[in-house]
Each structure stands twice: as C-alpha cells, then as structure tokens.
Design a binder for this molecule. Structure first.
Ligand code: 5GP
Ligand code: ZN
Length: 112
C-alpha cells in the first residue's frame, strides 16, 4: 500500500501533521523524533507505507540507507545507534517502517 490514511507517519509525510523536516525526496522522508532519546534523534522513513521492513519494496528501501548516512553526518555525531524495530514485541509503536538515528553524545556534553 503506498499510503495509509490512518497512519501517523503517512500524515506527517503528507504534511497533515506538522514535523521538523530534515530531508525529502520522492521516496524518502526524514524528520526529528518528537520524543528524542538524545539531541538530534531523527527518523528516516520510506514514503511507501509498509508495516515492517520485509513489506517495503527493494526500490524504495535502497534509497533509505544513503539518507540515513547523510542525516548521521548532519548531526556531527561521532557515536550513534541506528535502530529499526519490527513488531510490538520488538518495541515498534508506529506501524510504518522507520529507521531511528540516535546520536550518543559523550559524557562531557552532559547528555545520555
Ligand atoms: P518505534 O517505537 O515505533 O520504533 O518508534 C516510534 C517513534 O516515533 C518514537 O520514538 C516516537 O517518539 C516517534 N513519534 C511518534 N509519533 C510521532 C509524531 O507525531 N511526530 C514525530 N516527529 N515523532 C513521533
Ligand atoms: Zn504510513
């Protein structure tokens, strides 16, 4: 399914819900997480609505990782986590595939 009217990330992609947008192309959208685990916590999503990674066509998915890399560089993070949850047991809350970029500042910067 290309888009799901009930999906919060599809609404963000369409601009129906505001977000702090970082990047947009015809297949990919990136924005800041509303409840950041660290400064710069971002989400990169395919515009194609799919619940889990295996639901996303390869031609959509192949455009994601280069954008994850660009967002990582934009954060200036030296250490960071890339996280992608699939299913409730795996802590997925929003059923639209997304990649978390979670910068891990060092202790001197006073953040987690
Ligand atoms: P999950 O647990 O599904 O891997 O992560 C979902 C993420 O989406 C959470 O980190 C949560 O803070 C973020 N999120 C949920 N709703 C919104 C929203 O309306 N706007 C933004 N920017 N992030 C959201
Ligand atoms: Zn969606």
């Amino acid at each position: 399914m290309a888009s799901n009217a009930a999906c919060i990330f599809c609404k963000i992609i369409k601009g129906e819900i505001p977000s702090f947008k970082l990047f947009e192309s015809d297949k990919v959208f990136a924005f800041l997480d509303i409840q950041p685990l660290s400064k710069g916590h971002a989400l990169v999503v395919p515009k194609f609505h799919g619940e889990k990674l295996a639901d996303i066509p390869d031609d959509q998915l192949s455009e994601i990782l280069p954008i994850v890399k660009r967002v990582v560089k934009a954060t200036d993070a030296v250490d960071y986590n890339i996280l992608q949850n699939n299913g409730r047991i795996a802590h997925q809350e929003v059923d639209h595939v997304h990649f978390h970029i979670i910068p891990k500042p060092n202790k001197e910067e006073g953040l987690s």
